[in-house]
Design a binder for this molecule. Structure first.
Ligand SMILES: CC(C)(COP(=O)(O)OP(=O)(O)OC[C@H]1O[C@@H](n2cnc3c(N)ncnc32)[C@H](O)[C@@H]1OP(=O)(O)O)[C@@H](O)C(=O)NCCC(=O)NCCSC(=O)c1ccc(O)cc1
Length: 138
């Protein structure tokens, strides 16, 4: 899935360069949208009705070039692996075809009341498996 997000004033330092924690917030928003569009589970329903969360247990970021105020970022999300309750996602961010940064995430489906991992429901697993992509680092 590729979506487009602007670099806003609230993301930037006085030089107009996006501060990296704000970039992680952008990525989290994109993952939220991915869940709504691909898994067809809006976060509001996931959290408030189903009582499930998707905390990040591991992440690695590679920063390639700064993101600047007013740019429209192209954010691509790829599911790389699905486990019993975990998922590996890669979020690739570019602008006009030029790469800016990418983040590898492992997130876990978790019950909010017990704060314990819980297996992917079959319907979600089927969707994730149909979305899996193989990383091409070449
Ligand atoms: C998510 C957890 C409850 C899971 O713990 P447990 O219930 O004991 O499960 P397990 O340890 O068996 O792990 C479950 C799976 O996660 C995988 N896992 C757990 N830790 C890791 C790490 N560090 N790397 C990779 N994979 C991991 C593990 O391999 C299991 O994979 P599957 O085989 O696919 O099931 C616990 O690891 C935890 O609380 N971790 C801390 C999470 C955290 O605080 N993250 C910081 C940010 S908070 C956040 O992002 C957030 C998002 C959304 C919210 O609503 C709330 C918070």
């Amino acid at each position: 899935m590729i979506a487009h997000y602007p670099v806003r004033f609230a993301h930037c330092d006085p030089a107009g360069i996006a501060y990296y924690p704000r970039l992680f917030e952008l990525c989290d928003g994109a993952i939220e949208d991915w869940c709504a569009l691909v898994l067809r589970v809006p976060r509001r329903i996931m959290h408030l009705e189903l009582g499930l969360g998707m905390p990040t247990v591991h992440m690695e970021a590679r920063f390639i070039a700064p993101c600047r105020l007013g740019e429209i970022l192209d954010i691509e999300i790829a599911a790389r692996r699905v486990g019993n309750s975990s998922i590996d996602l890669t979020v690739r961010v570019g602008c006009g075809g030029a790469p800016r940064f990418e983040v590898d995430y492992t997130q876990v489906l978790m019950t909010l009341t017990e704060a314990r991992a819980t297996p992917w429901p079959d319907a979600w697993r089927t969707i994730i498996e149909s979305e899996l992509t193989v990383r091409n680092d070449a």
